[in-house]
Design a protein around this ligand. Structure first.
Ligand code: ZN
Length: 289
């Protein structure tokens, strides 16, 4: 009997060491999106849970045209908030609570079309750095591109937001010192996705981590466009990924790894995970079921 207790004690100690219990709380926001949020939120949830770092709740807003008054996620109780939301404005109270949450040190992750949301909300656009559509123009801020090894802010007039046809494309790491991108291959092939281009925004306190080239042949802008970014806002850390149009795009190991790393970094300022063995190479997509 004593031996059995001893063994179970050893097993529980080893389990704690090998698989530390998820200690941080993450919140995914959805409920409105021109993308299939009902299909993608479970994928995002599983990806965050599989990191072993987070327990994940989901806050689903009322549908289009319904009152937002009762939609009041308790942001302050989470370490990181992940947006899969592209829809109608929240109540002023919820907007204020969100800004206060990030400003006071909360982590935020913007996934794909979350950067289309809230074109009129000044603080939200400062938090995401860059956005698209929603009648965004040069008034929203510059385009941010990577030209001849440098980040260029281009204030020329024009629409904000675009993409060509979906295809697999190479993501190029532009900052290999940042914890999110440290150790990743310099170039990796992302699964079929929309390559967002022509995003515009305040782009203040923005660190560009990775870009992709939007070829004219796929109806892209012809520029190296931002794919992965971080933004600092007050004491808050923001990870912005433009990737993730669909479930297929989210199954890419490059998406999975950068989302997990980005969420951990937004939550803690550090990244503890190792590069997975199945990370895509320069010319080969790698996806998980
Ligand atoms: Zn999309």
């Amino acid at each position: 009997m004593k031996t059995r207790i001893l063994i179970s004690l050893i097993v529980s100690i080893l389990t704690t060491i090998v698989c530390p219990a998820a200690t941080m709380k993450a919140l995914i926001i959805d409920g409105q999106n021109n993308h299939d949020w009902k299909a993608t939120t479970p994928v995002l949830k599983k990806t965050l849970e599989n990191s072993g770092l987070f327990t994940v709740d989901v806050a689903t807003s009322p549908g289009k045209g319904q009152s937002m008054t009762a939609f009041k996620p308790n942001f302050a109780t989470y370490t990181v908030v992940v947006s899969n939301y592209n829809g109608e404005p929240w109540s002023k109270e919820t907007e204020d609570a969100f800004v206060q949450y990030v400003k006071s040190g909360g982590g935020f992750v913007s996934v794909h079309a979350a950067n289309n949301s809230f074109p009129e909300w000044k603080e939200y656009n400062e938090i995401i750095g860059l956005g698209g559509w929603g009648d965004r123009t040069e008034k929203a801020g510059p385009y941010v591109r990577f030209v001849d090894g440098k980040i260029v802010r281009d204030s020329s007039p024009g629409r904000g937001g675009g993409h060509g046809s979906q295809h697999p494309f190479v993501v190029e790491v532009r900052d290999s010192h940042h914890p999110i991108t440290a150790g990743l291959p310099e170039k990796w092939m992302h699964a079929k996705d929309e390559l967002y281009d022509r995003l515009r925004g305040p782009a203040e306190n923005l660190t560009l981590l990775a870009t992709a080239f939007a070829t004219k042949e796929t109806n892209g802008s012809g520029h190296h466009e931002p794919m992965l970014m971080t933004i600092s806002y007050g004491k808050g850390r923001v990870f912005h990924t433009t990737l993730g149009h669909s479930v297929e795009a989210m199954k890419c190991v490059g998406f999975i790894t950068t989302l997990q790393r980005g969420a951990e970094w937004a939550a803690t300022g550090k990244v503890t995970s190792k590069l997975p063995n199945d990370f895509p190479t320069t010319d080969k997509v790698s996806s998980r079921e």
